[in-house]
Design a protein around this ligand. Structure first.
Ligand SMILES: [Zn+2]
Ligand SMILES: [Zn+2]
Length: 342
């Protein structure tokens, strides 16, 4: 089968013909119908976030149709429409048992530590295979597995209450979902902060109040719009020291900033004025959980989480086309979300 793989850090991905993966007794073989190209993939290719052992097939946002199931798989059948939890975990360690499987010591991520979805087929343990409702397309199903799920997890980590104000820094794939999920959770107002007017227009169409940080300091803008008080929750989804700082500075007293954007650069704060004095909190958000998918998929099934303005382009399973999309993401440009349709 065809697979588009990372052979060497810092080099373009390459198409390779590899054997169809073996299907163990607990495994499910899925014919891939959609695989999202994610900003994390750019970090794996560049080496900012270490992937491997190499070569590895990238692609951790995967939806498709079950082709074959292992002898011990009972809940999933050939022909089922499914999407995949990207963390393959042991299911038995203390973290897995407590439902915090992102800290499983044996956890391996598809498309990073083991072969992922930039391919025709993938085999994964059945425990991470989720039925995809008919109302949700494969393209949307794939993106729900990463950017939407991480936004969902970030908002849960923020302990957002109905009636609170939320600022979303970065309205790419994660941000567009964060806006809608915050509204579904009862946010009073959601501010969308970005420098890209096209993305801000889409964010506004989803009900957010746009804040263009190229036209001035977004922190002052948010303070003005909130009568000086700031927001209760700020999500940092970009991964830049500047926007991380802005997210924290936009907080009201007792505000919570959740950081989900990846950067290898440090961010500076004046702990007294900027954090202690407001009893502000900075919260890390890593991945998301299997237990979060039922509600997330239900929000999408009901149209409360609509990705039709987010997933706007598809490319074939072609190394050059995929590398081009990744190059655009690396420059923080390109479409909001591109999906590979093999
Ligand atoms: Zn992703
Ligand atoms: Zn575990």
């Amino acid at each position: 089968m065809k697979a588009v793989r990372l052979f060497e850090i810092g080099q373009p991905l390459e198409l390779q013909e590899i054997p169809v993966p073996e299907v163990g007794e607990q495994d499910v073989l899925v014919r891939i119908k959609a695989a999202g190209i994610c900003h994390s993939d750019v970090h794996y290719r560049a080496g900012t976030s270490p992937a491997g052992p190499l070569p590895v097939t990238l692609g951790h946002e995967v939806a498709g149709v079950v082709e074959q199931v292992g002898a011990h798989v009972t809940q999933i059948e050939p022909g089922d429409r499914v999407c995949l939890h990207y963390l393959v975990t042991c299911g038995q360690c203390e973290y897995c048992i407590r439902g915090h499987e992102q800290f499983c010591r044996q956890g391996r991520m598809i498309g990073k530590h083991r072969d992922g979805g930039y391919a025709e087929l993938i085999a994964v343990p059945a425990q991470g295979v989720i039925l995809l409702p008919d109302e949700i397309s494969f393209e949307h199903g794939s993106v729900l597995m990463c950017s939407s799920a991480t936004s969902f997890h970030a908002l849960r980590k923020s302990r957002m209450q109905p009636g609170e104000r939320v600022a979303v820094f970065g309205v790419g794939g994660l941000g567009m979902s964060a806006i809608q999920i915050a509204q579904a959770f009862g946010a009073l107002e959601v501010y969308a902060v970005d420098i890209n007017p096209d993305k801000l227009a889409i964010a506004e169409s989803y009900g957010a109040i746009p804040v263009n940080s190229q036209k001035g300091d977004p922190v002052r803008h948010i303070r003005r719009l909130t009568g000086g008080s700031g927001v209760d929750v700020a999500l940092e989804l970009i991964g830049l020291p500047l926007t991380t700082r802005q997210a924290v500075l936009s907080l009201a007293p007792f505000g919570r900033a959740v950081l989900a954007g990846i950067t290898d650069q440090p961010t500076e704060f004046y702990s007294y004025w900027e954090i202690i004095g407001r009893e502000a909190e900075i919260i890390g958000c890593s991945d998301h959980l299997l237990q979060e998918f039922p509600l997330l998929l239900e929000l999408a099934r009901r149209g409360k989480l609509d990705l039709s303005r987010v997933v706007v382009r598809s490319v074939p399973l072609d190394a050059a086309a995929i590398n081009t999309v990744m190059d655009e993401l690396e420059g923080f440009g390109g479409d909001v979300r591109t999906v590979i349709v093999p």
